[in-house]
Design a protein around this ligand. Sequence first.
Ligand code: FPP
Length: 254
Amino acid sequence: MGNTQFDPRPLATERTLDPTRIPAHIAIIMDGNGRWAAARGLPRAAGHRAGLEAVRRTIDACRDCGVRVLTLYAFSTENWRRPADEVAALMRLTGEAVVDEAAELVRGGVHLRLSGDLSALDPTLREQLEQLVALTQPNRNLVLNVAYNYGGRAEIVSALRKLAEEVAAGQLAPGGINETQVNAHLYTSGLPDPDLLIRTGGEQRLSNFLLWQVAYAELYFCDVFWPDFDRTHLLAALADYQHRRRRFGGVEDE
Ligand code: FPP
Protein backbone atom coordinates (compact mmCIF):
# COMPACT_ATOMS: atom_id res chain seq x y z
CA MET A 1 0.00 0.00 0.00
CA GLY A 2 1.22 3.52 -0.72
CA ASN A 3 0.50 6.49 1.49
CA THR A 4 -2.80 7.21 -0.26
CA GLN A 5 -5.01 9.21 2.10
CA PHE A 6 -8.46 7.84 2.76
CA ASP A 7 -11.17 10.22 1.56
CA PRO A 8 -14.49 9.34 3.22
CA ARG A 9 -16.50 11.02 0.47
CA PRO A 10 -17.84 8.67 -2.22
CA LEU A 11 -16.17 8.92 -5.60
CA ALA A 12 -17.96 11.71 -7.45
CA THR A 13 -20.09 10.63 -10.31
CA GLU A 14 -22.74 12.56 -12.18
CA ARG A 15 -25.26 10.79 -9.90
CA THR A 16 -23.68 11.80 -6.60
CA LEU A 17 -23.53 15.47 -7.61
CA ASP A 18 -26.36 17.82 -6.70
CA PRO A 19 -27.79 18.91 -10.06
CA THR A 20 -29.09 22.13 -8.49
CA ARG A 21 -25.56 23.20 -7.47
CA ILE A 22 -23.62 22.85 -10.69
CA PRO A 23 -21.47 25.95 -11.31
CA ALA A 24 -22.88 27.96 -14.19
CA HIS A 25 -19.40 29.09 -15.25
CA ILE A 26 -16.13 27.18 -14.86
CA ALA A 27 -12.82 28.80 -15.80
CA ILE A 28 -9.70 26.68 -16.24
CA ILE A 29 -5.98 27.48 -16.25
CA MET A 30 -4.71 24.51 -18.25
CA ASP A 31 -1.20 24.13 -16.86
CA GLY A 32 1.34 21.34 -17.11
CA ASN A 33 1.51 20.58 -20.84
CA GLY A 34 5.27 21.16 -20.98
CA ARG A 35 6.02 19.03 -17.91
CA TRP A 36 3.74 16.26 -19.20
CA ALA A 37 5.78 16.22 -22.43
CA ALA A 38 9.15 16.43 -20.65
CA ALA A 39 8.25 13.46 -18.46
CA ARG A 40 7.84 11.45 -21.65
CA GLY A 41 10.94 12.80 -23.41
CA LEU A 42 8.69 14.57 -25.93
CA PRO A 43 8.87 18.13 -27.27
CA ARG A 44 6.66 20.68 -25.49
CA ALA A 45 4.44 20.92 -28.57
CA ALA A 46 3.45 17.29 -28.02
CA GLY A 47 2.19 18.31 -24.58
CA HIS A 48 0.02 21.02 -26.11
CA ARG A 49 -1.35 18.55 -28.66
CA ALA A 50 -2.23 16.13 -25.87
CA GLY A 51 -3.72 19.11 -24.04
CA LEU A 52 -6.15 19.59 -26.89
CA GLU A 53 -7.50 16.08 -26.24
CA ALA A 54 -8.15 17.13 -22.64
CA VAL A 55 -9.97 20.20 -23.97
CA ARG A 56 -12.30 17.93 -25.98
CA ARG A 57 -12.97 15.70 -22.97
CA THR A 58 -13.63 18.69 -20.73
CA ILE A 59 -16.09 20.30 -23.16
CA ASP A 60 -18.07 17.04 -23.32
CA ALA A 61 -18.00 16.54 -19.55
CA CYS A 62 -19.06 20.14 -18.83
CA ARG A 63 -21.94 19.88 -21.29
CA ASP A 64 -23.06 16.56 -19.77
CA CYS A 65 -23.01 18.06 -16.24
CA GLY A 66 -25.06 21.11 -17.22
CA VAL A 67 -22.30 23.74 -17.00
CA ARG A 68 -23.38 26.77 -19.08
CA VAL A 69 -20.03 28.52 -19.67
CA LEU A 70 -16.51 27.09 -19.85
CA THR A 71 -13.62 29.56 -20.13
CA LEU A 72 -10.22 28.13 -21.08
CA TYR A 73 -6.91 30.02 -20.82
CA ALA A 74 -5.38 28.94 -24.12
CA PHE A 75 -2.81 31.69 -24.78
CA SER A 76 -1.83 34.54 -22.49
CA THR A 77 -0.32 37.90 -23.41
CA GLU A 78 2.81 36.62 -21.61
CA ASN A 79 3.02 33.44 -23.72
CA TRP A 80 4.65 35.42 -26.58
CA ARG A 81 7.83 35.25 -24.45
CA ARG A 82 8.15 31.51 -25.10
CA PRO A 83 10.58 30.20 -27.75
CA ALA A 84 9.39 31.12 -31.25
CA ASP A 85 8.96 27.48 -32.28
CA GLU A 86 6.65 26.81 -29.31
CA VAL A 87 4.55 29.92 -30.07
CA ALA A 88 4.34 28.80 -33.71
CA ALA A 89 3.30 25.29 -32.63
CA LEU A 90 0.54 26.69 -30.39
CA MET A 91 -0.78 28.89 -33.21
CA ARG A 92 -0.64 25.97 -35.67
CA LEU A 93 -2.49 23.76 -33.22
CA THR A 94 -5.17 26.42 -32.78
CA GLY A 95 -5.59 26.69 -36.56
CA GLU A 96 -5.92 22.91 -36.86
CA ALA A 97 -8.39 22.80 -33.98
CA VAL A 98 -10.58 25.44 -35.63
CA VAL A 99 -10.79 23.32 -38.79
CA ASP A 100 -11.07 19.91 -37.11
CA GLU A 101 -13.47 20.84 -34.30
CA ALA A 102 -15.94 23.04 -36.18
CA ALA A 103 -18.39 20.23 -37.00
CA GLU A 104 -18.16 18.78 -33.48
CA LEU A 105 -18.84 22.17 -31.86
CA VAL A 106 -21.89 22.66 -34.08
CA ARG A 107 -23.12 19.09 -33.44
CA GLY A 108 -22.69 19.54 -29.68
CA GLY A 109 -24.51 22.86 -29.62
CA VAL A 110 -21.40 24.71 -28.42
CA HIS A 111 -21.17 28.47 -28.93
CA LEU A 112 -17.55 29.64 -29.28
CA ARG A 113 -16.60 33.01 -27.85
CA LEU A 114 -13.15 34.58 -27.71
CA SER A 115 -11.66 36.77 -25.00
CA GLY A 116 -8.45 38.60 -25.79
CA ASP A 117 -6.70 40.92 -28.22
CA LEU A 118 -7.01 39.16 -31.56
CA SER A 119 -5.39 42.04 -33.47
CA ALA A 120 -1.93 40.55 -32.81
CA LEU A 121 -2.78 37.22 -34.45
CA ASP A 122 -2.00 36.10 -37.95
CA PRO A 123 -4.90 37.50 -40.07
CA THR A 124 -5.81 34.05 -41.46
CA LEU A 125 -6.02 32.49 -38.00
CA ARG A 126 -8.01 35.46 -36.76
CA GLU A 127 -10.46 35.15 -39.65
CA GLN A 128 -10.83 31.38 -39.07
CA LEU A 129 -11.56 31.98 -35.38
CA GLU A 130 -14.07 34.74 -36.09
CA GLN A 131 -15.84 32.61 -38.69
CA LEU A 132 -16.22 29.80 -36.17
CA VAL A 133 -17.59 32.27 -33.62
CA ALA A 134 -20.20 33.38 -36.17
CA LEU A 135 -21.02 29.80 -37.23
CA THR A 136 -21.63 28.65 -33.66
CA GLN A 137 -23.41 31.81 -32.53
CA PRO A 138 -26.93 30.24 -32.47
CA ASN A 139 -25.79 27.30 -30.29
CA ARG A 140 -27.19 27.15 -26.78
CA ASN A 141 -25.84 24.04 -24.96
CA LEU A 142 -22.55 25.50 -23.76
CA VAL A 143 -20.59 28.72 -24.25
CA LEU A 144 -16.94 27.83 -24.84
CA ASN A 145 -15.06 31.05 -24.09
CA VAL A 146 -11.46 30.71 -25.25
CA ALA A 147 -9.09 33.26 -23.71
CA TYR A 148 -6.57 33.92 -26.47
CA ASN A 149 -3.83 36.53 -26.32
CA TYR A 150 -5.56 37.32 -23.06
CA GLY A 151 -4.29 39.25 -20.05
CA GLY A 152 -6.47 40.26 -17.13
CA ARG A 153 -4.80 43.61 -16.50
CA ALA A 154 -4.81 44.47 -20.22
CA GLU A 155 -8.52 43.64 -20.32
CA ILE A 156 -9.26 46.01 -17.43
CA VAL A 157 -7.10 48.76 -18.99
CA SER A 158 -8.95 48.32 -22.28
CA ALA A 159 -12.34 48.60 -20.54
CA LEU A 160 -11.21 51.73 -18.65
CA ARG A 161 -9.96 53.30 -21.87
CA LYS A 162 -13.32 52.71 -23.58
CA LEU A 163 -15.14 54.21 -20.60
CA ALA A 164 -12.79 57.24 -20.62
CA GLU A 165 -13.53 57.73 -24.32
CA GLU A 166 -17.27 57.71 -23.60
CA VAL A 167 -16.77 60.26 -20.82
CA ALA A 168 -14.61 62.45 -23.10
CA ALA A 169 -17.30 62.27 -25.79
CA GLY A 170 -19.93 63.39 -23.29
CA GLN A 171 -21.82 60.09 -23.57
CA LEU A 172 -21.21 59.09 -19.94
CA ALA A 173 -20.84 61.08 -16.73
CA PRO A 174 -17.86 60.08 -14.51
CA GLY A 175 -20.39 59.28 -11.78
CA GLY A 176 -22.09 56.88 -14.21
CA ILE A 177 -19.09 54.53 -14.12
CA ASN A 178 -20.06 51.57 -11.97
CA GLU A 179 -19.46 47.80 -11.89
CA THR A 180 -22.18 47.17 -14.47
CA GLN A 181 -20.47 49.62 -16.85
CA VAL A 182 -17.07 48.02 -16.33
CA ASN A 183 -18.54 44.53 -16.87
CA ALA A 184 -20.14 45.69 -20.10
CA HIS A 185 -16.73 46.71 -21.50
CA LEU A 186 -14.85 43.51 -20.64
CA TYR A 187 -14.30 40.71 -23.16
CA THR A 188 -16.66 38.59 -21.06
CA SER A 189 -19.54 41.06 -21.35
CA GLY A 190 -22.87 39.26 -20.96
CA LEU A 191 -21.35 36.16 -19.34
CA PRO A 192 -21.87 35.34 -15.66
CA ASP A 193 -18.74 35.55 -13.47
CA PRO A 194 -16.95 32.21 -12.98
CA ASP A 195 -18.25 30.28 -9.97
CA LEU A 196 -15.31 27.89 -10.01
CA LEU A 197 -11.73 28.43 -11.17
CA ILE A 198 -9.67 25.28 -11.70
CA ARG A 199 -5.90 25.31 -12.16
CA THR A 200 -4.08 22.10 -13.05
CA GLY A 201 -0.34 21.44 -12.88
CA GLY A 202 0.26 22.09 -9.18
CA GLU A 203 0.85 25.86 -9.17
CA GLN A 204 -1.44 27.98 -7.02
CA ARG A 205 -1.70 31.41 -8.64
CA LEU A 206 -3.98 33.31 -11.00
CA SER A 207 -1.38 34.28 -13.64
CA ASN A 208 -3.30 37.37 -14.80
CA PHE A 209 -6.44 35.36 -15.61
CA LEU A 210 -9.91 36.95 -15.30
CA LEU A 211 -8.73 39.21 -12.46
CA TRP A 212 -11.96 41.21 -12.30
CA GLN A 213 -14.32 38.30 -12.89
CA VAL A 214 -13.00 35.84 -10.27
CA ALA A 215 -13.76 38.19 -7.34
CA TYR A 216 -16.03 35.57 -5.71
CA ALA A 217 -15.00 32.40 -7.57
CA GLU A 218 -14.17 29.27 -5.61
CA LEU A 219 -10.55 28.29 -6.35
CA TYR A 220 -9.60 24.66 -6.95
CA PHE A 221 -6.01 23.57 -7.54
CA CYS A 222 -5.00 20.07 -8.57
CA ASP A 223 -1.62 18.50 -9.28
CA VAL A 224 -2.59 16.61 -12.43
CA PHE A 225 -0.92 17.88 -15.61
CA TRP A 226 -3.51 19.27 -18.04
CA PRO A 227 -3.10 16.52 -20.71
CA ASP A 228 -4.10 13.95 -18.05
CA PHE A 229 -7.18 15.91 -16.92
CA ASP A 230 -10.31 13.88 -17.55
CA ARG A 231 -13.95 13.52 -16.51
CA THR A 232 -13.07 12.07 -13.10
CA HIS A 233 -10.90 15.10 -12.29
CA LEU A 234 -13.69 17.45 -13.33
CA LEU A 235 -16.22 15.53 -11.23
CA ALA A 236 -13.85 15.68 -8.24
CA ALA A 237 -13.60 19.45 -8.67
CA LEU A 238 -17.40 19.72 -8.87
CA ALA A 239 -17.83 17.57 -5.74
CA ASP A 240 -15.35 19.76 -3.89
CA TYR A 241 -17.18 22.88 -5.09
CA GLN A 242 -20.47 21.50 -3.81
CA HIS A 243 -18.98 21.22 -0.31
CA ARG A 244 -18.06 24.90 -0.24
CA ARG A 245 -20.26 27.49 1.49
CA ARG A 246 -20.44 30.56 -0.71
CA ARG A 247 -21.23 33.71 1.23
CA PHE A 248 -20.26 36.52 -1.17
CA GLY A 249 -19.15 38.63 1.80
CA GLY A 250 -22.42 38.05 3.66
CA VAL A 251 -23.25 35.64 6.45
CA GLU A 252 -24.11 31.98 6.17
CA ASP A 253 -27.81 31.06 5.70
CA GLU A 254 -29.34 29.28 8.69
C1 FPP B 1 0.20 25.72 -20.16
O1 FPP B 1 1.08 24.63 -20.00
C2 FPP B 1 -0.58 25.58 -21.40
C3 FPP B 1 -0.60 26.48 -22.42
C4 FPP B 1 0.18 27.72 -22.39
C5 FPP B 1 -1.36 26.27 -23.67
C6 FPP B 1 -2.70 25.59 -23.53
C7 FPP B 1 -3.12 25.14 -24.90
C8 FPP B 1 -3.77 23.98 -25.18
C9 FPP B 1 -4.19 23.03 -24.14
C10 FPP B 1 -4.06 23.58 -26.59
C11 FPP B 1 -4.82 24.58 -27.39
C12 FPP B 1 -6.18 24.81 -26.87
C13 FPP B 1 -7.14 25.50 -27.54
C14 FPP B 1 -8.47 25.71 -26.88
C15 FPP B 1 -6.94 26.06 -28.88
P1 FPP B 1 2.65 24.91 -19.93
O2 FPP B 1 3.19 24.79 -21.31
O3 FPP B 1 2.91 26.21 -19.26
O4 FPP B 1 3.12 23.72 -19.04
P2 FPP B 1 4.38 23.69 -18.05
O5 FPP B 1 4.02 24.59 -16.89
O6 FPP B 1 4.45 22.25 -17.66
O7 FPP B 1 5.57 24.15 -18.81
